[in-house]
Design a protein around this ligand. Sequence first.
Ligand code: 5RP
Length: 221
Amino acid sequence: MSFTQDELKKQVAYAAIDYVKSGIIGVGTGSTANYFIDALSEIKNKIDGAVASSETTAERLRSHGIEVFDLNDINGMDIYVDGADEITEHMHMLKGGGGALTREKIVAANAKEFICICDESKYVPILGKFPLPIEVLPMAKSYVARELTKLGGQPQLRDFTTDNGNLILDVHELKIKDPIEMEIKINQIVGVVTNGLFAVRPANILLLATSDGVKTIKKDA
Ligand code: 5RP
């Protein structure tokens, strides 16, 4: 049976509900995460609430009657559920297509497990076909762009302001042979807030929606 990409996103988002036990849930940003929020609303009495990775996600959670907690008021969480633009078999992800990468990385860092929910088009052998988003402080954008060019990338300024008041450079043509090394290297450029590589802290569980159903892939399985 064949499904549209949107149908696959919805299926995988609903499959993630099996991992929701109780307490506070970390919630990502994007169209797949939006389906997860819809699914979460159906079992909202099981949980205390959520921490949102963007203003858009916070608004959607509240519109479903799910309480949104400030990350500083809680002591971590069991799971963070989010989509990705690309993910490899090593659970390294490229994220930030929706521009929420910094808050996503912060909320994920506070969760015991990162559950990545994706349709099969996002499962790739090597990261970097999707341009790598980098959040930069506005005054540093030209400097950071020059440094990224030295790394072999072609940065393009996105017409977008992040929830943190910063800018996004989307870097094309970057050869990401070692995602952990590249994540660390880009974060060392002065003026970079965060880059969209999630490799130092990879996903723990990947739920992958395919035409044959939702597959579960675990890190180190
Ligand atoms: C937002 C993200 C999203 O997880 C990523 O862009 C995937 O989005 P979608 O679920 O809409 O395909 O990183 O910053």
